[in-house]
Write a protein that binds this ligand. Structure first.
Ligand SMILES: Cc1cc2nc3c(=O)[nH]c(=O)nc-3n(C[C@H](O)[C@H](O)[C@H](O)COP(=O)(O)OP(=O)(O)OC[C@H]3O[C@@H](n4cnc5c(N)ncnc54)[C@H](O)[C@@H]3O)c2cc1C
Ligand code: SF4
Length: 470
């Protein structure tokens, strides 16, 4: 390492200012406040501009990270965002919610000895700077090819396909079942982690490039894939996600006061229940809330319940802290906001009163055995350790399944035994000619950037098909 590199290595990583936990636990405003230009430049200057950068290899969409960081160092913020856009249509989203710690930042050379460059924070800075002060200039779009592509679902995978193909000159229409585009980014991830105005801004960027977005279009119900081909589409991409709620299947599940995280978060976020009385979407506001599960969905549900006025919010998870699937930063934020963790604990039945309302749960303590198929240690119930826990609202966040609406109406699409679409991992091609698929509907619930990576591969394959054939 050169002397210059050693000096940079020693500079501390710049923390992002945040709302104080005791204030933010009762409001829906964004928690991290973003870098100032001064903080961004100081952080960007830590980057060693590696010749063979690990960070780029760690990014599923291959953003030229040292390239955009260098532009920030030179105060060329507009150029930085234009450079990112050529590889990533959703930088403000990725800068906020990507699991950077296990992707680009996990592969940054500085992570070997200390703190990696805060790549996510810098990406967010470049995108936010453009939104607040930018010129509105767009990246170049190639001449129209005359080919039409339909993208079903407007989550991160669908939006990536749309962004890539519009830039290659194809006409793209995104068909979305909900009344707003964005997928989980609008109906799942809460406002305090990803403001909806940010998602709307990134969708608007695609619309300014020429992408058409049609909401309230439930493909498989309002129109079939074959009808889309008849309407003149040359190729179809399916990115319908994995939004089917899963429950625990234990006694008492029909009591009033138990609902899926999917429904809870959709009511709170997309249908704006938290802005009562401006929006009159009903939502149960429990005082003593239990959330089952320990992924990002569970953390988002618990933190939403706290913001909706709960006195106490507990996360109940059958494994230990080391196996919790949520991002480290989100677990830390939840703890700071007063969420309690009951680990190595599993519910065995729900308890209700004579009116059919939930009053509590019976749980059992667990211990960890040998690793299971998922590679995580298998939780085993401890005999005789049952105990009761009072609560008036349970939010079930133990995973989700394949959304069956489109797939059941299209029998030619090959599905695996769990109902996910079978698609070639390198191209996204399905068993139906002219149809590609990617994101959670192929892999099962995963991450924003993996859904985007699948979208990128499929877009390249669709482009080849439109120019060279299947
Ligand atoms: C609460 C929550 C928090 C999360 N937090 C994170 C995080 O912090 N970081 C991270 O990386 N990942 C996170 N994830 C996971 C991530 O959001 C998903 O992996 C990602 O959104 C999957 O993208 P997708 O494009 O495959 O599908 P989705 O985002 O699910 O989008 C699919 C879209 O298709 C639409 N659709 C479905 N059926 C049809 C149809 N028949 N016709 C038309 N449209 C249809 C749906 O309405 C939806 O808008 C989180 C998920 C949840 C639920
Ligand atoms: S690996 Fe880290 S230091 Fe090297 S170019 Fe990437 S961000 Fe910069």
């Amino acid at each position: 390492m050169s002397e210059e590199s050693k000096k940079k290595d020693k500079k501390p990583r710049q923390a992002m200012p945040e709302q104080a936990p005791e204030i933010r636990r009762r409001n829906f405003e964004e928690v991290p406040l973003g870098y100032t230009p001064e903080l961004a430049i100081t952080e960007a200057d830590r980057c060693l501009q590696c010749k063979n950068p690990g960070c780029v290899k760690g990014c599923p969409v291959g953003v030229d990270i040292p390239g955009f960081i260098k532009l920030i160092c030179e105060k060329k913020y507009t150029e930085a965002i234009r450079h990112i856009w050529t590889q990533n249509a959703l930088p403000a989203v990725c800068g906020r919610v990507c699991p950077q710690e296990i992707q680009c930042e996990g592969e940054c050379i500085l992570a070997k000895k200390g703190a990696p460059v805060a790549i996510g924070n810098l990406e967010r800075f470049a995108a936010d700077y453009e939104r607040l002060h930018g010129t509105g200039a767009l990246p170049p779009v190639q001449a129209p090819t005359g080919k039409k592509v339909a993208v079903v679902g407007s989550g991160p995978s669908g939006l990536t396909v749309a962004g890539d193909l519009i830039q290659k000159g194809h006409a793209v229409t995104v068909l979305e079942a909900f009344h707003k585009p964005g997928g989980v980014l609008v109906y799942g991830i809460p406002e305090f982690r990803l403001p909806k105005a940010i998602v709307a801004q990134e969708v608007n960027f695609l619309e300014r490039l020429g992408v058409k977005v049609e909401c309230n279009a439930v493909v498989g119900r309002t129109v079939s894939l074959d009808e889309l081909f008849d309407e003149g589409y040359d190729a179809i991409y399916i990115g319908v996600g994995a939004g089917l709620p899963r429950f625990m299947n234990i006694p008492g599940e029909n009591l009033v006061g138990i609902l899926s995280a999917n429904e809870y978060l959709t009511r709170a976020n997309l249908m704006k229940a938290y802005r009562f009385p401006e929006y009159d979407t009903p939502i149960p506001r429990g005082k003593d809330v239990v959330v089952l599960g320990a992924g990002n969905v569970a953390m988002d549900s618990a933190r939403t319940a706290m913001r909706l006025g709960a006195n106490r919010v507990r996360i109940v998870y059958r494994r230990s802290r080391d196996e919790m699937p949520a991002r480290t930063a989100e677990i830390h934020h939840a703890e700071e906001e007063g969420i309690e963790f009951f680990l190595l604990t599993n519910p065995v039945r729900y308890i209700g009163n004579e009116k059919g309302r939930l009053t509590g749960m019976e749980c059992i303590q667990m211990e960890l055995g040998e690793p299971d198929d998922s590679g995580r240690r298998r939780p085993i119930p401890k005999k005789g350790s049952e105990f009761k826990m009072e609560c008036d609202l349970v939010i079930v966040a133990v995973g989700s399944g394949a959304n069956p609406l489109l797939t059941t109406s299209t029998p030619e699409l090959g599905l695996n035994k769990r109902g996910y679409i079978i698609a070639d991992p390198e191209t996204g091609k399905t068993t139906k000619k002219g149809v590609w698929a990617g994101g959670d509907i192929v892999t099962g619930a995963a991450t924003v950037i993996l859904a985007m990576g699948a979208g990128r591969k499929a877009a390249n394959s669709i482009h080849k098909y439109l120019t060279m054939g299947w």
